[in-house]
Design a protein around this ligand. Sequence first.
Ligand SMILES: NC(=O)C1=CN([C@@H]2O[C@H](COP(=O)(O)OP(=O)(O)OC[C@H]3O[C@@H](n4cnc5c(N)ncnc54)[C@H](OP(=O)(O)O)[C@@H]3O)[C@@H](O)[C@H]2O)C=CC1
Ligand SMILES: CC(C)(CO)C(=O)C(=O)O
Length: 313
Amino acid sequence: MTKKIAIIGLGGVGGYFGFKITQKTRDTKDVKISFVAREKTFEAVRDHGLTLLSPENSGAAVRPDSLFSIIPEMEPQDLILICVKAFDLEQVCEALKTKVEPDTVVLPLMNGVDIYDRVRNQLETGAVLPSCVYVASHIKEKGVIEHQGKPGRIILGKDPREHRQDTDWVVDFLADCGIDVAFKADVFPDIWTKFYFIASFGLISSRYDQPMGAVCEEPALRERAMAIMKEIGQIAANRGIALPQNITGLTFQKAAAFPYHTPTSLQLDIRSKKASNELDLFAGAIVRYGGELGIPVPETEKIYREIQEIMNN
Ligand SMILES: NC(=O)C1=CN([C@@H]2O[C@H](COP(=O)(O)OP(=O)(O)OC[C@H]3O[C@@H](n4cnc5c(N)ncnc54)[C@H](OP(=O)(O)O)[C@@H]3O)[C@@H](O)[C@H]2O)C=CC1
Ligand SMILES: CC(C)(CO)C(=O)C(=O)O
């Protein structure tokens, strides 16, 4: 039976994984790929296809079976990859309500520790797989995604609420598309491990407009990153999330494996003073959890204010 797969959002993440899936299933009759892209991205992909500039790929563009500019035009799907920034998540889920059927699998590929809950608040049906993703990719121009460093990696887990549905096929499908994918029955420790990394590196890289390599190597930046990590670690422990013993060392090792000049996605948005950005997804979340749990988070509060000042100047 034909599987209908949709990728919502063709930015750094959706463009990278959407490209790989489309390239791999190009000659497969029983898979139908749909892209949903807004305005200028829609026009660019309609006119030129989706291009991925990456050490993994030589550059030819791909075209999906269907391209839509708005979600309502799309038919219900078997698998939906949500690849938007956190500030667009609720409007996307609202539009997806009629596209998710009982057998549909929704896979948000985003940063943040509350994404599963936010999707579930809106989508009652189908399975929603919590996940985290590692990939250094960004929009070079609309319809053209630039990727650097290692191949992207997805770690996904079981839907904590939906136990009946078979979702194993999703892991097999992604692996067949040449994607580095891992399944964990309980993926939340991995999601928090990613948050430990991206919230600290995202905030420091944005505050100083410095790449990941500098956050690893400059003592002052490294120290501030470690102070934020400590606050996240206390929150995770209080919430009963078992992070690896040596998570700080592992996080610096992980960051050092990216090319020195790799920016974080938050840094790119703060640098270009994008009014909508994921500062709240990282700093806002730490401050809220700290307040709820009675855990002081002065380092995060301080850098939150500093980045807001940068944005206001
Ligand atoms: N980039 C990276 O290296 C990584 C990012 N992440 C996380 O992944 C998530 C996605 O990030 P990223 O891909 O970088 O974000 P981008 O901003 O690059 O891409 C998001 C895309 O979603 C599009 N979009 C938003 N709403 C809709 C909609 N209703 N219909 C169609 N398209 C829509 C945006 O369109 P438009 O262009 O019109 O605004 C944009 O092109 C974030 O949570 C991020 O933190 C995780 C790991 C790595
Ligand atoms: C650091 C990186 C590139 C790792 O995947 C990331 O998640 C981001 O910039 O949002």
